[in-house]
Write a protein that binds this ligand. Structure first.
Ligand code: GLV
Ligand code: MN
Ligand code: MN
Length: 418
């Protein structure tokens, strides 16, 4: 590997931008909520576009709102090296998830520009649309479409809880001129993809290690379950005749816990993160329930066995309670393996920078899971306090973010030099 340029990350500017982006939220600080196509999401996109334009990057936005900011290389014939992440945030989130990879990626590029580094191939920052599943129940919407894992016809049919389709949302956001089919990229369009992200787990902090290099991303799956029972007066409908949708859902949520705790693997996790009931009145028997269930494991076969057990439980509980059910698998993705050469490249950058690094698994999913379909991929993790994420108290220090951006800059330089 060529000696990487000595870059200086402007930690002050980076922190200022992280703070400014956190202000753009649907809820008051310290809560960050930026759901796809919300006013806050659209404002955050404008903020990022302005920063990218100020950095002299060439901007392109595709039909689903994925944003590409390119620093052209000397040889336009070579596929670019890419980095990036997301700026949407789940309800009641913090300010680092995704954002560190976007603003850290931008600062890595600016730092390389400042030292006069001339990339042989283009370096591209990608801001992916809706890594979070909040609006449509499915995560990584932008990267699924880019990689072809999600067919455009299927994506067009996605509807949010209010019944508004992706097509309608695209029109509202002014992105509907081009068809969704135009989003897809071909395999090999990038030479590599490297995503900087907070760990969202406790290992780096616990071990006092500043950098994690991801070797594998765990296999995620999401189920959506609609239950229809029968409502009625809480005083008048006697217990033996009831078809209570909430009670069926409650038994199923417990069955999810049982399914993942009985696989024999500590890596199995299951969460019923959405549980809404109708009509939601204290003196009325719940007639309908909507559950969204997240199931993951590092091994696909173990995850699938848990899914099977959950499906059996849904059928058994609903028959016994005489509740109708509609169970949809929104996604059930395989795990992704990172590219060993890329992992080694990041490791040697860390070595040169004198930064200790450890190899690890990502239990969270990321757009990298789908970028792996297009090109070699890995991720750079930095510690976050207590391993906390998807909460307003999510935190990584300016120093930890700075080190992550330095490693990313060194990695991009190594990959763009040839
Ligand atoms: C990403 O936000 C995930 O849920 O892993
Ligand atoms: Mn997240
Ligand atoms: Mn994320």
């Amino acid at each position: 590997m060529l000696e990487p340029p000595q870059v200086e990350i402007d930690a002050t500017a980076l922190q200022r931008e992280l703070d400014a982006l956190a202000e753009i939220s649907e809820q008051p600080a310290p809560i960050v909520t930026r759901v796809l196509f919300s006013e806050a999401d659209l404002r955050a996109r404008r903020f990022i576009k302005r920063l990218c334009a100020d950095a002299g990057l060439e901007l392109r936005e595709d039909a689903v709102g994925n944003l590409f900011a390119r620093w052209p290389g000397k040889n336009p014939g070579l596929p670019p090296v890419a980095t990036g992440s997301h700026i949407d945030a789940i309800p009641n989130a913090g300010k680092y998830d995704g954002v560190v990879g976007v603003l850290g990626g931008l600062e890595a590029i600016r730092a390389l520009k400042r030292v006069g580094f001339e990339p042989a191939r283009a370096v591209e920052l990608i801001v992916f649309t809706a890594e979070e599943p909040t609006r449509f129940g499915i995560g990584c919407l932008g990267s699924r479409l880019l990689s072809g894992v999600l067919a455009p016809e299927k994506a067009a049919g996605l509807r949010d809880r209010e019944g508004v389709s992706l097509e309608e949302w695209r029109a509202r956001a002014g992105r509907a001129e081009a068809a969704l089919g135009s989003v897809r990229l071909r395999r090999g369009c990038y030479s590599a993809f490297v995503e900087l992200h907070i760990e969202q787990g406790p290992l780096l902090e616990r071990e006092g290690i500043p950098i994690g290099i991801v070797e594998k991303i765990a296999a995620p799956a999401t189920l959506r379950l609609e239950l229809t029972g029968e409502g009625g007066h809480a005083g008048a409908v006697l217990m033996p005749g009831r078809r209570d949708a909430l009670l069926a859902g409650a038994e199923i949520a417990l069955a999810v816990e049982r399914a993942v705790t009985s696989t024999g693997s500590d890596d199995s996790v299951g969460t019923t993160g959405v549980f809404r009931i109708e009509p939601g009145a204290v003196n009325s028997v719940p007639c309908r329930a909507l559950l969204e269930i997240d199931v993951r494991d590092t091994q696909q076969s173990t995850r699938d066995a848990a899914l099977w057990q959950i499906e059996q439980a849904v059928a058994e509980v609903c028959r016994r309670r005489r509740v109708e059910w509609n169970l949809q698998t929104l996604n059930a993705d395989p795990p992704a393996l990172c590219d060993t050469e890329l992992v080694d490249t990041v490791a040697s950058v860390c070595l040169r920078l004198g930064l200790q690094a450890r190899r690890m698994i990502s239990r969270a999913y990321h757009d990298s899971l789908f970028m792996a379909q297009l090109c070699p991929m890995t991720m750079i993790f930095i510690p976050c306090r207590g391993g906390v994420s998807h909460r307003p108290d999510e935190y990584s220090s300016p120093e930890q973010i700075l080190q992550g951006a330095r490693v990313l800059a060194g990695t991009l330089a190594a990959l763009a030099a040839r």
